[in-house]
Design a protein around this ligand. Structure first.
Ligand code: NAP
Ligand code: MG
Length: 403
């Protein structure tokens, strides 16, 4: 069988620990036999980040801006323990944070649904994709403990010295206050990424805030989304047969639970933090969550939502077999190939991406799975395989799919 050709390279970002081991297995067994892979390789493994003073992360993000599509392996975000473990020169920032800031992107997370691993919410038939705004609000807030009676105010001082004040509270006794902010630019980028991705997936977009209570702060989010929608996206949404729907956050929560799924739910930073954990858990497993960073300029970076699966890696280093689920990492590759195929008009590459995903799902639905899924699956004929055996079984299904 002739290998499928590519024209533009993918930006390939390798990573750490167990996911780095899976990364190589996925390439060797599921990609290289079928695709004449063109990729520009960046090693974001912590050892190489340390050797390059983290320059490699910046280079990889710049390459993503150049080529438009990247696929990333999970990476370690250093903490004190990692400083010692890897003898690091500095406590480097999270690579995902660095890349997200450089691409000005929004992260979209969606579950992969298979028969036998049923969502806890009975009505959910299709994935719900959560888009989380990744800037500001309570994550960049200033807080103060108020020791006793006194007046707390918000004060804005313009560059020309003009002042604007708003009373927070006349304290009669001790209490607490918090000041937070966001930026019109950041909200606009968030909105554009959401509208673009909805068009991409041909799915409705929902957005919700608490604008009835927060008449300036949350209302600004609502207004910016609406202005951008009306000016730039309304016609395109109508042509695509999808809709943009705004409601209050509490109403959204009630509707999401009653829904069938199959839409994108855009959330403010805190709502997204909380709701993405709720949705991921209700759909089943973190190892089945995909993640894609979409920039308002149309750059895409695909990855798994989970981390480097450290506990399994230490077992692997001890020579033990692991049963680590590679599905979300495989879907990062298939997502990137599909997008590359669409951009470069390579239908064969798109078809390969579809076949790879079907092969993964068939493998699990035929009863071959990793330990995390076996715990959840209601299939009767399920078998728990090692990481190697599971990928070999997917490769078998993939050959059938492509034949
Ligand atoms: P993790 O890698 O997400 O794994 C946590 C636990 O979830 C695992 O121990 C395992 O449970 C289960 N799990 C996650 N993915 C799995 C998979 N594919 N197959 C089977 N089980 C899976 O989180 P962590 O171990 O706490 O973090 C390790 C490192 O990942 C950290 O250094 C962190 O900085 C990094 N991280 C990176 C990213 C990213 O690059 N996007 C995201 C999050 C965390 P059992 O042990 O019970 O089997
Ligand atoms: Mg959270």
């Amino acid at each position: 069988m002739a290998k499928i050709q590519m024209t533009t390279p993918l930006v390939e970002m390798d990573g750490d620990e167990m996911t780095r081991i899976l990364w190589k297995m996925i390439k060797d067994e599921l990609i290289l036999p079928f695709v004449d892979l063109k990729s520009e390789y960046y090693d974001l493994g912590l050892v190489h980040r340390n050797e390059t003073d983290d320059q490699v992360t910046v280079d990889a993000a710049n390459a993503t801006k150049k080529y438009g599509v990247a696929v990333k392996c999970a990476t370690i975000t250093p903490n004190a323990a990692r400083m010692t473990e890897y003898d690091l020169k500095a406590m480097y920032k999270s690579p995902n944070g660095t890349i997200r800031a450089m691409l000005d992107g929004t992260v979209f997370r969606a579950p992969i649904i298979v028969k036998g691993v049923d969502p806890y919410v009975k009505t959910w038939k299709k994935p719900i994709t959560i888009a989380r705004h990744a800037y500001g609000d309570v994550y960049k807030a200033s807080e103060m403990k108020i020791p006793g009676a006194g007046k707390a105010e918000l004060v804005y001082t313009g560059e020309d010295g003009s002042e604007c004040r708003e009373l927070i509270h006349e304290f009669k006794g001790p209490g607490i206050i918090q000041g937070m902010h966001n930026l019109d630019d950041s909200i606009e980028s968030f909105a554009k990424s959401c509208f673009e991705y909805a068009l991409d997936l041909k799915q409705d977009l929902w957005f919700a805030t608490k604008d009835t209570i927060s008449k300036k702060y949350d209302h600004t989010f609502k207004d910016i989304f609406q202005e951008i929608y009306d000016a730039k996206y309304k016609t395109r949404f109508e042509e695509a047969g999808i809709s943009y729907f705004y409601t209050l956050i509490d109403d959204a929560v009630a509707r999401v639970i009653r829904s069938e799924g199959g839409f994108i739910w855009a959330c403010k930073n805190y709502d997204g933090d909380v709701m993405s954990d709720m949705v991921a858990t209700a759909f089943g497993s973190l190892s089945m969550m995909t993640s894609v960073l979409v920039s308002p300029h149309g750059y895409y970076e695909y990855e798994a939502a989970h981390g480097t699966v450290q506990r399994h890696y230490y077992k692997h280093l001890n020579g033990e077999k692991t049963s680590t689920n590679p599905i979300a990492t495989i879907f990062a590759w298939s997502g990137a190939f599909r997008k590359r195929g669409e951009l470069d008009q390579l239908p064969e590459l798109v078809a390969y991406a579809d076949a790879l995903e079907r092969a993964c799902i068939k493998t699990i639905e035929d009863g071959d799975m990793t330990g995390d899924l076996a715990l959840l699956s209601t299939l009767e004929n399920k078998k728990t395989l090692t990481s190697e055996e599971f990928i070999a079984s997917i490769a078998c299904h993939l050959k059938n799919e492509l034949a």
